[in-house]
Design a protein. Structure first.
Length: 502
């Protein structure tokens, strides 16, 4: 059948125009209505959201990345107040038999007897806040440090000196975590003192600038602990190392540090004399030595704060308090260096009076007659130690300085903390004297700084003690800032630790 092509096309156009036109004008009207309502240009091409189905492997990779970021995340800033609130902790424990778990060291030494090599995989289980510590470490955050410096008379110059010292320690640390190149005196003890300076500043293995330094120091110290728990046969070294490791666990909750802390504390408890004191070699003879004992007391307090589960710790602390009050203290005076049996020593000394006073304050007796007597003795005694005058030596003339100099930083370390814990006029009088002497006499090299010519040890010893003094404002709450110990709103678990700081 023949059909006129032109006639057919005309007929189609005639009949199609109606519905096509209707659709066109309806669409045009709808677009104009939307544009009028929301004011969005219709010239932009519509965006199409495409959802891609992820494979199981891709999902697992993302989960692992999130977990990694959480573990590497630094602790959250905490608000510091006169009445810190309870803070609970979520602790991630790494099984001891997991691959790469625990705390290693560059030499492949393990912790104790029978442990596998812990050289790889230093697992960090960071806690966002301490256990039920009621703010004991809260002032070590950036905001906490700033607030504490302002509240207790610190200064920007002092904090600048602290940062220079931390950077000097970082720059001079050996690859194995010690500081043997700049101070060969008692390597484990020097590593312990240096680690304490970083921990006091709130630095942990996850810290951006100092994390690697802290991690290497922790690994080095733990690598020196033998199967029996000894970091060293020297009680000075052992006490300092246990102190540093205990405080490290308190801040990080790295479980390998807890194991090392518990073993170290047991050595100290086993080495305590029946009268509560200590002596060289942890001897149980008639002689006691408060200088040796001071580091054991500080280690025990740090372990208590960190949540040690040692059943004998409370009894050891009670014996320590009894020793300080009834044996080491001189009636109506200060504290002596050493003595026989449970009798007093020959007389009081500035360093030991500072040590005895501080240890009683830290162990919960800040208002005891012995503490008041020690503070009074320090305030009234005429001694060059209390003038805080820094004496220079041959280093100023371009010559090598001896390992031990004339400046009594050991005494100043204890006196500074004891007076800070007391506060009031004791602190107001001491604070400007010691800070001025330390800041003026730091040896500055650009962004780095250190101190020399301390009365014992070398550069690391002197630098560490001076740095700890300048960090006193935010290390621990002062005892005059009484913390109310109320019943927790929720039940405290059996492994929680509530510390009454008074």
């Amino acid at each position: 059948m023949n059909i006129d092509y032109e006639k057919m096309m005309f007929t189609l156009k005639k009949h199609a125009w109606g519905p096509v036109g209707s659709v066109f004008f309806h669409v045009l009207g709808l677009v104009l209505l939307i544009q009028f309502s929301v004011g969005v240009s219709t010239e932009k091409a519509p965006e199409v959201e495409v959802t891609m189905m992820e494979t199981k492997a891709e999902v697992l990779e993302k989960v692992e990345e999130v977990v990694k970021q959480e573990l590497e995340k630094p602790p959250e800033q905490e608000v510091v107040s006169d009445r810190p609130t309870d803070a609970t902790v979520s602790t991630m424990e790494v099984p001891s038999d997991a691959p790469g778990s625990g705390l290693g060291n560059s030499e492949g030494a393990g912790i104790g007897s029978g442990d596998p090599s812990l050289a790889t995989g230093f697992e960090i289980a960071m806690a966002k806040s301490p256990l039920v510590m009621r703010g004991l470490y809260a002032q070590r955050t950036a905001g906490g440090r700033k607030g504490a410096l302002s509240a207790f008379g610190g200064s920007g110059r002092g904090e600048d000196a602290v940062l220079r010292a931390l950077r000097w320690l970082k720059a001079n640390q050996d690859e194995n975590g010690s500081w043997s190149k700049v101070d060969s005196t008692s390597l484990p003890a020097m590593a312990g003192l240096a680690l304490l300076t970083f921990l006091a500043h709130g630095e942990t293995p996850s810290s951006p600038e100092f994390g690697a330094t802290v991690e290497k120091a922790m690994k080095y110290i733990v690598s020196k602990q033998n199967a029996k728990g000894n970091f060293s046969g020297n009680p000075y070294e052992h006490g300092i190392c246990t102190y540093a490791i205990a405080e490290g666990f308190g801040l990080t909750k790295i479980m390998a540090l807890k194991e090392a802390m518990e073993k170290g504390i047991q050595v100290i408890i086993d080495g305590q004399q029946t009268g509560g004191g200590f002596d060289y070699g942890y001897a149980k003879g008639p002689r006691w030595d408060l200088s040796v004992a001071g580091w054991q007391f500080q280690a025990m307090k740090a372990a208590k704060m960190a949540g040690s589960s040692n059943p004998g710790l409370d009894g050891a602390i009670a014996s320590s308090i009894k020793f300080l009050r009834n044996t080491a203290h001189q009636p109506t005076q200060g504290f002596g260096y050493s003595g026989e049996k449970e009798g007093p020593s020959a007389g009081s000394t500035p360093s030991m009076t500072g040590a005895g006073t501080l240890c009683l304050q830290l162990m919960g007796k800040p208002d005891s007659p012995e503490v008041r007597s020690g503070l009074k003795w320090m305030n009234e005694t005429k001694s060059g130690v209390f003038d805080v005058t820094w004496e220079r030596e041959e280093a100023d003339k371009g010559k090598a300085a001896p390992k031990a100099g004339k400046n009594p930083v050991y005494a100043w370390y204890y006196i500074t903390q004891a007076k800070f814990q007391k506060g009031e006029s004791d602190w107001k009088e001491w604070n400007p004297k010691f800070t001025t002497a330390l800041v003026r006499n730091q040896i500055v090299e650009g962004k780095l700084g250190h101190w020399e010519n301390g009365d014992h040890g070398g550069k690391v010893y002197t630098t560490a003690l001076c740095t700890l003094m300048l960090e006193v404002y935010y290390r621990y709450l002062p005892t005059f800032k009484h913390v109310e110990v109320a019943a927790p709103a929720t039940a405290v678990k059996s492994d929680d630790v509530v510390v009454d700081v008074k």
